[in-house]
Design a protein around this ligand. Structure first.
Ligand code: KG4
Ligand code: ZN
Length: 333
């Protein structure tokens, strides 16, 4: 029997991505990151949508070229429906719907956060159900119990900033360009994580808060720079290591609590911040200490990518969960 071929489109923020999968196996995953936002220190929504329009066709064509299949082999076209920047989502969803309509194919609408969780199913070995997932991205921080691919329950989330946002905002205070998370990670490698201490707010249950951490970093830096204007440059590695240590500690504390309470020992991370080497290391260490089986997506499946939309769409295809053409993109869940 011919495998089920799905074209998946991701365009929720500043990455235009297209992926082609055969029976849930990734044949290609093309990601085009919009570098323009770097000079503004954050994503400009209007520029992002315009660049998606410019990039989407070449990205899809490259995905086909790399996959070795033609558009006539497709069985469905999937897209990110929510959450994200509305203009960006509309480009991907309108493209996917038009493409599917022209080929007489069904569409599949995918939730971006659920897709981050399922990025852990792309490669083997993957977690057995039920598993716990700490999803940490630029816009969200969640602890999810995943009972089956399409049965995900959020048991904890942030009440203010997301973990990725905390990394990016702290990086900005240090004068690093956007997105600063990966740079904090890089400089942290040569720093002392215990050099400086920042606030670690304690939220009830499995919820997170990062705005207090951010304020504590800001006030600390302002006070030190007042005494010595070269303080940041002279302590960049230690600052990055201490910031990363604090954010990772907050995340792992809640993940550990969730594992204890639920009794689940299949534990994953997902989302852009799961690319962070400190978090990856902490997950492995906790796995050893608490006898968890731990899973971390391959780097290209951590940050935004269409392969995760494709694997989610494949499970929806198997269950016959297709979208109607009047299904509209939405900025919120
Ligand atoms: O999942 P993602 O690509 O996009 C959203 O859905 O938001 O996550 C992007 C976030 C950004 O905040 C970025 O700084 C952060 O992930 N990030 C990292 C690292 N790589 C990406 N944060 C810390 N360390 C990294 N290595
Ligand atoms: Zn994301």
């Amino acid at each position: 029997m011919q495998p089920i071929h799905i074209l998946a489109i991701e365009s929720s923020c500043d990455e235009t991505s297209a992926s082609i999968l055969a029976d849930g196996k990734v044949l290609s995953n093309i990601i085009c990151t919009q570098a323009i936002h770097e000079k503004y220190g954050g994503v400009i929504p209007e520029s992002a949508s315009r660049l998606h329009i410019r990039n989407i066709l070449p990205v899809v064509e490259e995905a086909f070229a790399k996959s070795g299949i033609s558009k006539h082999d497709l069985h469905a076209v999937a897209y990110t429906k929510s959450p994200g920047l509305i203009g960006s989502l509309l480009v991907g969803s309108c493209f996917a719907k038009s493409y599917a309509m022209a080929l007489g194919l069904p569409t599949i609408a995918v939730n971006h956060m659920e897709a981050h969780v399922l990025s852990n199913l792309i490669e083997s070995p993957h977690p057995a159900f039920p598993f716990l997932c700490l999803t940490v991205s630029g816009g969200h921080t969640q602890i999810v119990v995943c009972k089956s691919p399409l049965d995900q329950q959020i048991i904890g989330s942030t009440i203010d900033d997301a973990a990725g946002e905390a990394f990016d905002k702290a990086a900005k205070m240090l004068g690093l360009p956007y997105p600063g998370g990966p740079l904090v990670d890089r400089y942290a490698k040569e720093g002392n994580p215990l050099a400086f201490k920042f606030a670690q707010p304690n939220m009830p249950e499995f919820n997170f808060s990062f705005s207090g951490v951010k304020t504590s970093i800001l006030y600390f830096i302002q006070a030190r720079v007042k005494e010595n204007e070269h303080f940041i440059a002279e302590n960049l590695h230690d600052l990055c290591a201490s910031i990363q240590f604090t954010i990772v500690k907050i995340l792992m504390k809640k993940l550990l609590a969730a594992a204890r309470v639920t009794g689940i020992r299949e534990v994953c991370i997902a989302g852009g911040v799961s690319a962070n080497s400190g978090l990856r290391q902490a997950l492995l260490e906790h796995g050893k200490k608490y006898h968890w089986n731990t899973y971390i997506p391959k780097f290209e499946y951590c940050t935004d990518n269409a392969a995760m939309i494709g694997i989610t769409a494949y499970h929806k295809f198997l269950k016959g969960e297709f979208a109607t053409l009047d299904e509209t993109a939405s900025a919120r869940n």
